[in-house]
Design a protein around this ligand. Structure first.
Ligand SMILES: C[S@@+](CC[C@H](N)C(=O)[O-])C[C@H]1O[C@@H](n2cnc3c(N)ncnc32)[C@H](O)[C@@H]1O
Length: 305
């Protein structure tokens, strides 16, 4: 009932009026998207590595069908281009540290390829876990090293900082950092919308090198549209463990383009509207309600209503 009241109140405050059937569809979608409390549990993924299922978000931390390590390598490290850099020193922004798998796997391979490289990482995490499942060989030692650097430390050519709390607030403390790569890995947009908004992505943009590459597993039209509106070139990474591709974006760096089908979808889908959070402090459900209302208005406009 609480969700329904919130939705009806928002529609009233925006002076909008919809048919009952439209409001029912809206309510059903928001209920489907919003969080349910399940139990946390340990899961085995397709490549043999483990991950956690988050009861709070109703999703696993990594793709179970692709494999946790496989996802880190193929959806984050390789599309970021960091393995091919000839820079002596690189910077990474890591949104959603979670179990530290993306950071560990990336740093392990970057250092294997170029032991002299200096890497600076800033990670964000709202709920730092007390117990983290270990990564399998060959990553276990490196995982221990990274976890030993939490929340701040420097060792073996790695400078690591973890900013605990809501990334929307903590990112403002990051000054003069120009990331070569951003690993954008919150839970999915409907479960964790506050980290996928136009405004939060703009905060990230301000902290990226012009040639830096933003990477994520999502193929969400809302997110791709937000990146485009912020002036990013948007492309897709090779699908792993599912049909849709991940997303890559850069202001001036080289990235593979979106396919024609993906470009068409972005132009035509009523869901290609950014999530909005003007003051970077709205509740996730408020972001979702306004998003779903915008989608409905766009659908109606299309059908000439
Ligand atoms: C999919 S998991 C990240 C997995 C991680 N990248 C890894 O490789 O292990 C998403 C993470 O984002 C964190 N998160 C969600 N909302 C957040 C927020 N507002 N600020 C900071 N972290 C947040 C969650 O607590 C969770 O750990």
């Amino acid at each position: 009932m609480w969700v329904e009241d919130l939705i009806r109140e928002r529609i009233r405050s925006l002076n909008l009026s919809f048919e009952d059937s439209e409001i029912h569809r809206l309510i059903a979608d928001i209920k489907r998207w919003t969080l349910k409390n399940y139990a946390d549990k340990l899961l085995k993924t397709a490549d043999g590595s483990c991950t956690l299922f988050s009861g709070k978000y109703g999703e696993p931390y990594h793709s179970v069908t692709a494999g946790a390590v496989t996802e880190s390598i193929y959806k984050f490290l390789i599309p970021s281009g960091l393995l091919n850099t000839n820079k002596k020193s690189i910077k990474i922004l890591d949104i959603g540290f979670g179990l530290g798998y993306n950071v560990t796997v990336a740093l392990y391979h970057i250092k294997q390829k170029n032991p002299e490289i200096y890497v600076e990482v800033i990670s964000f995490e709202k709920n730092l876990l007390a117990e983290i499942p270990p990564l399998p060989a060959p990553y276990e030692k490196f995982h221990e090293l990274i976890l030993s650097l939490v929340p701040y430390g420097e060792k073996e050519g790695i400078k690591f900082t973890l900013l605990e709390g809501d990334a929307r607030l903590r990112i403002k403390e990051v000054k003069s950092f120009k990331a070569d790569a951003v690993f954008h890995d919150p839970f999915s947009p409907y479960k964790n919308p506050e980290l996928w908004t136009l405004e939060f992505l703009n905060e990230i943009k301000k902290r990226m090198d012009q040639k830096g590459i933003w990477v994520s597993y999502t193929s969400s039209s809302a997110v791709r549209e937000a990146l485009k509106r912020l002036g990013f070139r948007v492309g897709s990474s090779t699908p792993v463990g599912r049909k849709s591709s991940g997303t890559v974006a850069s202001l001036k760096g080289k990235i593979p383009p979106l396919s024609q089908k993906e470009e068409e979808k972005l132009k035509r889908s009523p869901y290609s509207i950014p999530f909005r959070d003007p003051d970077l402090q709205r509740l996730p459900i408020e972001i979702l309600i306004d998003y779903r209302i915008s989608v409905l208005l766009r659908e109606k406009q299309k059908h000439g209503a």
